[in-house]
Design a protein around this ligand. Sequence first.
Ligand code: CA
Length: 244
Amino acid sequence: MASALVHYTAAAVTDCGRKSSSNEDAFAISVEHGVYLLCDGMGGAAGGEVASRMAVDEMLRLLTSRAQDAPLAQAAEEAVRATNEAIFSRSQRNARLRGMGTTLVGLLVEERRALVINIGDSRCYRLRNRSLEQLTVDHSLVDELVRAGQITPDAALHSPLRNVITRALGTRREVTPDIFEYEVEPDDLFLLCSDGLTRELPDSLIESLLGADSPLDELCARLVSAANTAGGNDNITCLLVRAA
Ligand code: CA
C-alpha cells in the first residue's frame, strides 16, 4: 500500500571543536539510497583525516551502487570488508599513514527496515516518543571494563584509558562490525554522532535538545553548540535522520 511508504529527511553538522584546528570526523548522506554514515578517524599526521574520509567515501560508493536485490545486511558486511581492506592496504603502502583507522557508525534504511552498523565508539541513538535510546554498544576498553563490572561508569568517564577503542576500521586486516536491525516507526529520529558530542553532553541533555520541534539542521547546530559550550575538547559531528 502506498500509505506504507516512509519518507526520510536528514541533516548534519560537523565542527572542529574549540581545541583543534583540524577535523578528523567525516560524514556522508544519501537520502535517495537510504545511506547515512559517520566516521571519526585516528592516527598520527594526516592519518585520521585520510582514514575517515576514505571510509565514508568508499562505504557510500559501495552501498549506493549495491545490487537492488542484495540483502541489506550482506551488502553492509561486504562494504565494510572492502573498505577495511582499502584503508589497511593504503596504510601499509604509506609510512606516513601507518596505523591509521577510523570508527564507523552507519544507518541504512529501506522502507520500514533500519540497519545500524557499528565499529568503534561513535554512536547511534534513537529518539522515540521523546525518549532517547542508545542503539550501539561502544567498542572501547573502558566500556568493556564497565560491562565486566571492573570499573564504574563514573570512573570510565575520567579514565586515562577512555581513548582506547577495541575495534576500528582499517587498523587490521579484518574487522567484524556489529549489525543491529530495527523496525522504523513514524517520527523516529535517529542521531549518529562522534564522541566529541557524547563526551561533553549527558544523554539526558541530548534527549531534551532533540525533543524540540525544530528543523533538523537547527537541532544539529544546537547539539554542536552545546558540546562546544561544555568544553569542545574534540571534533563534534551530529547527523540526524527523521522518519515520517
Ligand atoms: Ca573523536
